[in-house]
Design a protein around this ligand. Structure first.
Ligand code: MRU
Length: 352
């Protein structure tokens, strides 16, 4: 099993995803600053993994650090999290993790604990976030696989996915790729079609790597081949991940997701979003309220440091787009089950 995050108390290493698939190199994360730059520079990416690595970078730094007082611990935790959430703006999971860690830390102060007890409790809380993410992903995978078997077909399934939503994008197993893994375990998956995912190539570099690693039959296509693949390759379902889901079901995910959803509608192929409920943002009433990260245009104009686009051209490089809820025809697959986007608000209220 691929282990993108190696963690034990006071120790954190992650696979440097910029070097995949050519080499698997682990780098040390010893501080919040290391965590912040690993996320900002995309050495780790994917909404859940960003949150987990951010939180673990805080855990490794406070473990063994000298604090003068309990108030210092609280200040350090709050300030560090305020920095970490600035690394990337669209994925909501890191914001959710930061507010949960702050709330938990603050709750410890009614008990007059010592510095070391507070640190111990905060570290244990963060460790649980990592464990919970893996459990959550396995549940997403299994709910998604069951829903697809019950509603789409029982064998020979061909799933198209976009970007990377696997072990590399989470604490393990993956969300959309978790559904793929669960379908593969059930022996009902014939094939996966994965998109290259320009300009950062998370599909060709990372998803293709994970699928080969797990011996799952897959075909890589360029992003512009999706319509023709839908026409020619008997695609049974599209399953993608999410960076932030508004409460009406509109979903921010990797740039290109929106056009795939439009094509799926045209070809009558069920389109699913797979994500933990921590990706659902109650403060976003619809997709318009989600801030979309715009990245350096060198990602488009250059390849491995060499210019490939004509000089003088303007570029626009949004990292994500918004798929409107009505295009998510299969449903939103969560750790609690598969919801229709229109029911999302009610389902979330039931879970409160
Ligand atoms: O820019 P990235 O690589 O962080 O974008 C990743 C995605 O868009 C994923 O689909 C999303 O974060 C879900 S990962 C389980």
């Amino acid at each position: 099993m691929l282990q993108p995050i190696k963690y034990s108390r006071g120790f954190l290493q992650i696979i440097d995803q910029l070097r995949l698939p050519l080499e698997v190199v682990y780098i040390d994360i010893v501080s919040v600053e290391d965590g912040y730059y690993a996320i900002k520079d995309m050495k780790v990416r994917g909404a859940p993994a960003i949150a987990i690595v951010a939180a673990l970078s805080l855990a490794v730094e406070i473990w063994g650090k000298h604090f003068e007082s309990t108030a210092d611990v609280k200040d350090f935790v709050h300030n560090s999290l305020d920095t970490l959430v600035k690394a990337r703006p669209t994925a909501v999971n890191i914001f959710r993790a930061a507010s949960d860690i702050k709330r938990f830390t603050d709750s410890l102060y009614v008990n007059f604990l010592s510095v070391s007890d507070i640190v111990e409790n905060v570290v244990a809380f963060i460790e649980n976030l990592k464990e919970d993410d893996v459990k959550c992903n396995i549940a997403i995978g299994d709910h998604g696989a069951k829903h697809i078997c019950d509603n789409v077909g029982l064998s020979e399934l061909v799933v198209l996915t976009h970007c990377n939503t696997g072990s590399l994008a989470t604490a393990g197993y993956g969300t959309a790729l978790g559904v793929v893994r669960s379908l593969h375990k059930k022996k009902v998956l014939k094939h996966v079609v994965c998109t290259e995912t320009r300009p950062f190539n998370q599909g060709s570099r990372l998803t293709a790597f994970e699928l080969s690693h797990d011996n799952i039959d897959a075909t890589l296509i360029v992003d512009s081949a999706v319509a023709f693949a839908m026409k020619q390759k008997n695609i049974s379902a599209v399953v993608v991940g999410a960076d932030r889901i508004a409460i009406n079901g509109d979903t921010a995910n990797k740039i290109g997701t929106y056009q795939i959803a439009i094509l799926a509608k045209f070809f009558n192929i069920p389109f699913y979003v797979a994500a933990p409920t921590t990706s659902i943002c109650r403060n976003a009433k619809d997709g318009q309220s989600i801030l979309i990260e715009e990245r350096n245009t060198e990602e488009i104009t250059h390849f491995q440091g060499k210019r490939i686009a004509a000089e003088g051209v303007n570029c626009w490089n949004p990292a994500f787009d918004i798929t409107p809820a009505e295009l998510i025809t299969g449903g939103i697959i969560t750790e609690y089950g598969v919801f229709k986007p229109v029911d999302l608000n009610d389902e979330m209220n039931k879970l409160k």
